[in-house]
Design a binder for this molecule. Structure first.
Ligand code: TYM
Length: 351
């Protein structure tokens, strides 16, 4: 059976990229699978966070999950630091993963910037904690945006190496399962996780520069649509979004050298539940002066209800905290089950 896990960092404003690339898929997947959705506060502190803001952001991301439609009674919603087994398994994975693997991670290079000597050790080890998040539940499917692809490949490598290094022990203890590894069937403990990166908005770009990813850290607020923006702000940001002077093409190929146009069409498609082709079928040949107001209306239509629901839920802090506490307890029980086996597999004495 499918087991879905994903995480979002509580580091400032959630934006349209987080919603279309990740959170909206979390909601869709809960119909057919068991899902665990985590606010990854321990990942957040790999870069400096004001403690009080971190607390607020953790509650805010939780409210966004709930406002978007995740059901915390059928599934699990919690913050990472409550379940210490994530950190415990991450340590084991630090000893499985190789320096050379982590040295290839582009997110570390981007986030550490020029002053790499001064980056935290946690930022470097970030991907092993992420692998632990997923594998401590032995999750099989992970919905994310395109920027997390490399981290998920590393997660697969770690699972494979662990399964391989400890294969005799896993067999002797009888804790493994038959699993497909590409074409062949192997006997392993950790599943080889499938990334779920699909749809028209796996990489939403900045509204000011279609060649840059929409991100929480962009200094220009006009570059992104925040999940908390009101209708007027959403409309203004779309009106001001960068475009080129040509009308929209009628075919998807016509978007190739036009990143800003491609991004807006992609956003429209994702929000409308259509493909880029369908959107161009409707708007091909039209000017942005026609397309932008239609996009603004659609965005307000889809996002404003989430913003108001977020405000309503955030006002009830006791409720948000109770969701996290309850989710943490249920997640902790599952994680401990895995860790009991991991400790035995590795040879770490416990009960
Ligand atoms: P984070 O917090 O940066 O982003 C949360 C999710 O939003 C997606 N995303 C985007 N999708 C499309 N377009 C964009 N412009 C865009 N920006 C962000 C991200 O791909 C992500 O899915 N490392 C993760 C958090 C994490 C995690 C995990 C995810 C920790 N442990 C385990 C999955 C499984 C991160 O920093 O996401």
């Amino acid at each position: 059976k499918k087991l879905v896990f994903s995480g979002v960092q509580p580091t400032g404003n959630l934006h349209l990229g987080n919603y279309l690339g990740a959170i909206r898929k979390f909601v869709a997947l809960q119909e057919q699978s068991d899902c665990i959705y985590c606010v990854v506060d321990m990942h957040a502190i790999t870069m400096w966070q004001e403690p009080a803001e971190l607390e607020n952001s953790t509650r805010e991301v939780t409210a966004a999950f709930l406002a978007a439609g995740i059901d915390p009674t059928k599934h699990i919603v919690f913050n990472q630091s409550r379940v210490m087994q994530h950190a415990e398994l991450a340590w084991v994975f630090n000893c499985v993963a190789r320096m050379g693997w982590l040295n290839k991670m582009t997110q570390f290079k981007d986030k550490a910037g020029k002053d790499r000597e001064n980056a935290s050790v946690g930022l470097f080890a970030y991907p092993t904690l992420m692998a632990a998040d997923i594998l401590v539940y032995r999750a099989t499917h992970v919905p994310v945006g395109d920027d997390q692809k490399q981290h998920l490949e590393l997660t697969r490598e770690i699972a494979q190496k662990f399964n391989h290094d400890f294969s005799d022990r896993i067999r002797d203890l009888g804790v493994g399962v038959e699993m497909k590894s590409g074409e062949e069937t192997v006997h392993g403990f950790f599943p080889i996780t499938e990334p779920v990166i699909e749809g028209e908005a796996t990489r939403v770009m900045s509204l000011r520069d279609g060649t840059k990813k929409m991100s929480k850290s962009d200094p220009s607020d006009l570059s992104r649509i925040n999940l908390t923006d009101d209708a007027e702000t959403i409309a203004k940001k779309i009106r001001k979004a960068k475009t080129d002077p040509q009308p929209l093409p009628s075919e998807v190929e016509g978007l190739k050298e036009r990143p800003d146009a491609d991004n807006l069409v992609g956003i429209y498609a994702a929000l409308a539940g259509k493909t880029r082709e369908q959107v161009l079928g409707e708007f091909g040949g039209q000017q942005f002066s026609v397309f932008k107001p239609a996009l603004a209306d659609l965005a307000v239509d889809k996002l404003a209800p989430i913003a108001s629901e977020m405000r309503r839920i955030s006002a009830d802090r006791a409720y948000v905290d109770s969701v996290l506490r309850d989710g943490g307890e249920r997640a902790g029980a599952l994680a401990e089950k895995t860790m009991k086996d991991v400790r035995r597999i590795v040879g770490l004495l416990g009960d």
